[in-house]
Design a protein around this ligand. Structure first.
Ligand code: A2H
Length: 258
């Protein structure tokens, strides 16, 4: 947390089937896994959501009555930003229950703008609990980390077995192309293409992924044109703020700073 706060968008992904034992602990209110993103305009391309299996996630009561699942650290920030309800005496976020990331794996979610009616939670070993909410929404068409991680779960039966990941949570979810690049001079690669070209074997390959990321983000943001949604045909750079505002106005997202 430096001098210049980063502005993220929190994407609300609704838990579609709440396990019965959770209802007792958390009571009334819809439960959302919330992911911090810098690229709200890419939410049309979501295929799944990632958590850190050994991370600790709290269920926190928000001011409007919703329950957000996120790291304790981000919930405290949400209190300061008047998003989260806080106890009268010590201004701490109200934590109704905690779960390990591994307990969230497999949950069916409804995610805003997503082309799939239901997506699932998968593990990602490179998530930092010190950034955002500790939950990452996955857009494999635009983010090499997301692409590499989704592919790991699709192709590694031994990992799936070890982490209790069912094939049906990852195998049917193909990359959703959401941007086109009509500018002929632009020869920067897409996320799947750069992962193939650099022979990135797994999402644990952090050094290669760091190198892969730069070009892909640059390309998506500066040269991308929306392929889907009400702003199809318009440049990402021109519609990013509008898509973000639409998500916020419709109650699917909230601004968040850290
Ligand atoms: B972005 P910065 Cl399509 N640990 O969202 C690891 N990664 C995290 C995280 C955490 N705790 N919290 C958020 N992130 C990811 C979409 C996206 C993102 C696309 C393209 C680029 C991109 C879909 N994943 O990020 O360190 C989230 O992934 C470009 C950097 O604060 C979030 O935005 O710069 C981004 O990292 C925030 O990273």
């Amino acid at each position: 947390e430096g001098v210049n706060p980063q502005e993220y968008t929190l994407i609300k992904m609704k838990v579609k089937e709440v396990p019965e034992e959770w209802v007792e602990a958390v009571g009334e209110g819809s439960i959302f896994l919330v992911a911090a993103t810098l690229r709200p305009e890419t939410m049309y391309g979501q295929t799944n959501c990632f958590v850190l299996p050994e991370g600790e996630y709290g269920f926190f009561r928000m001011r409007g009555g919703d329950i957000f699942v996120c790291s304790q650290r981000s919930a405290l920030n949400m209190c300061y930003q008047d998003l989260a309800a806080s106890s009268a005496d010590d201004k701490q976020p109200v934590c109704l229950m905690t779960k390990a990331g591994s307990d969230l794996v497999g949950l069916p979610l409804e995610a805003p703008l997503c082309q799939y009616p239901t997506i699932h939670v998968l593990p990602m070993f490179t998530i930092s609990m010190q950034k955002g909410t500790g939950i990452v929404t996955s857009v494999p068409a635009e983010a090499p980390d997301d692409y590499a991680c989704l592919m790991d779960w699709k192709k590694r039966a031994n990992w799936r077995e070890q982490y209790g990941v069912k094939e049906e949570w990852c195998a049917p979810f193909d990359v959703v192309d959401i941007l086109s690049f009509p500018d002929a001079e632009d020869d920067l690669p897409s996320a799947p293409a750069i992962c193939a070209a650099m022979k990135i074997e797994s999402h644990r390959d952090k050094d290669k992924l760091a190198a892969a990321k730069k070009d892909v983000y640059q390309k998506g943001f500066y040269s991308g044109v929306m392929k889907v949604g009400p702003y199809a045909g318009e440049k990402v750079i021109d519609v990013k703020a509008k898509i973000k505002q639409d998500l916020i106005d419709e109650g699917h997202a909230v601004p968040y700073f850290e």
